[in-house]
Design a protein around this ligand. Structure first.
Ligand code: ADP
Ligand code: ADP
Length: 238
């Protein structure tokens, strides 16, 4: 089953081409690693999927619908369907962990309700279960900015899970972490991919990580895809 189909997708910033003529399909349940140097267009490619960046040209199809054209409620629904984790976690440091996780339900409740913690018992239980899967349930009532970076990234993944998305986007999820925490975070992403069948697309800066965890590696250079294949097809020369 095809989850996403890119057709000649392009993104320009003024005169600068960040992503150029990318065409590929991503099947449901695949774990994809995008690698390439800083400035290669990885982040822009990922951000076009959930429309943090709007494509300048081409199409991006999800089940036959061009997500580049979605607006209003349909765009919000699409964004909640592709949860994202970021290099710098993007949590609210002053809120406690469980409240940060519950913000993954904002699309259901709106911001005020989330702040007033108007969630059902079922939603709370789901959030605790998500934290527990990441080994973070014991921190539920801690203020988030007391956590380490690796713990924060696992909280951010729990927040993504409570969105109940089909797709999980991760933009350099381990670039700020030490090796042990990087391993915990990548193990968690892979477990979610295999256990829940989520399609996972992550930007990584090291080939070794992509090789160790991903079904497929997409290499980018100057906005273009220069490699697309299984890890074992990628020689060190590439
Ligand atoms: P990567 O994630 O591989 O480091 P990016 O997608 O962040 O690459 O950037 C690709 C290119 O697009 C870079 O040259 C970058 O400077 C440029 N770029 C990214 N975002 C913007 C923006 N908002 N405005 C202008 N140029 C941008
Ligand atoms: P990363 O290295 O994590 O991809 P960047 O430092 O490239 O992050 O970009 C951080 C932010 O600045 C992003 O929102 C990106 O879109 C924007 N940006 C990147 N390059 C440019 C640029 N040349 N002009 C304007 N905005 C940019």
């Amino acid at each position: 089953d095809v989850m996403l189909e890119f057709k000649a997708l392009t993104k320009r910033f003024n005169d600068k081409v960040a992503v150029e003529d990318v065409s590929l399909t991503i099947p449901q349940g695949q774990m994809v690693g995008i690698i390439g140097r800083s400035g290669a267009g990885k982040s822009t490619l990922l951000r076009m999927i959930n429309r943090l960046a709007d494509p300048s040209g081409g199409e991006l199809l999800h089940k036959g619908v061009d997500v580049a054209k979605l607006k209003g409620a349909e765009l919000r629904a699409w964004r909640s369907n592709c949860a994202m984790v970021f290099q710098q976690f993007n949590l609210v440091g002053r809120l406690n962990v469980i409240t940060n996780v519950m913000t993954g339900r904002l699309h259901e409740h709106g911001f005020l309700s989330a702040m007033l913690q108007m969630f059902s018992a079922q939603e709370r239980a789901f959030a605790i279960r998500a934290l527990d899967r990441l080994g973070m349930a014991h921190t539920a009532l801690q203020q988030t900015d007391t956590l380490s970076g690796g713990q924060m990234q696992r909280v951010a993944i729990a927040r993504a899970l409570v969105q109940e998305p089909e797709i999980l986007l991760a933009d350099e999820p381990i670039a700020s972490l030490d090796p042990l925490n990087a391993k915990l975070v990548m193990d968690a992403l892979r477990a979610i991919n295999t256990e829940d069948g989520l399609t996972v697309i992550c930007n990584l800066h090291t080939l070794d990580t992509a090789r160790a965890y991903c079904d497929r590696i997409i290499g980018m250079q100057a906005g273009r895809v220069v490699f697309d294949g299984a890890a074992h097809e990628l020689t060190d020369a590439a």
